[in-house]
Design a binder for this molecule. Structure first.
Ligand code: UDP
Ligand code: MG
Length: 139
């Protein structure tokens, strides 16, 4: 099961631009099944904890501020090879470097406000899913 699930967030920039439906449509068309989903807003403390791994990076403060600035859509996605295939679907962190047709190429504004999150490993996917959802919310 582990390598069949990943975690995503439609970030505040994309929700504010009313692109959550378009992005979820692209995700469904790419063959991912939605296991869990909710619209929510991270507190500053939530964003600090979620991105703890980046605490020493120069962009951490800005990232925490941005990620707690407005509502997000958090979701758990299922597909064979989910983590790797989803990273391909979203494209590079910097939309200027993201391949054509990827979600970040289509919807991201900048390297910081880049429309979506995608887990980078099966291990982190499991941690991130547990951060946002209880077992009873996974279908
Ligand atoms: N980020 C940023 N500036 C950078 C690199 C990253 O603001 O120079 C933000 C961006 O929102 C990115 C997040 O920090 O999505 C996490 O960075 P990571 O390197 O993990 O990129 P990702 O895995 O999201 O592609
Ligand atoms: Mg990352």
């Amino acid at each position: 099961m582990a390598n069949n699930r990943t975690f995503t967030m439609v970030k505040p920039d994309a929700v504010a631009a009313n692109n959550e439906g378009n992005i979820l449509g692209d995700i469904s068309k790419a063959g991912f099944r939605i296991v869990a989903m909710k619209k929510t807003q991270l507190t500053v403390a939530d964003a600090k904890k979620f991105y703890e791994i980046h605490a020493e990076r120069p962009f951490y403060g800005e990232l925490v501020e941005f990620m707690s600035s407005g509502p997000i859509v958090a979701a758990v996605l299922e597909k064979d090879n989910a983590v790797e295939d989803f990273r391909k679907l979203i494209g590079a962190t910097n939309p200027a470097e993201a391949a054509e047709g990827t979600i970040r190429a289509k919807y991201a504004k900048s390297i910081g406000e880049n429309a979506v999150h995608g887990s980078d490993s099966d291990e982190n996917a499991a941690i991130e899913i547990a951060f946002h959802f209880s077992g009873r919310e996974l279908f």
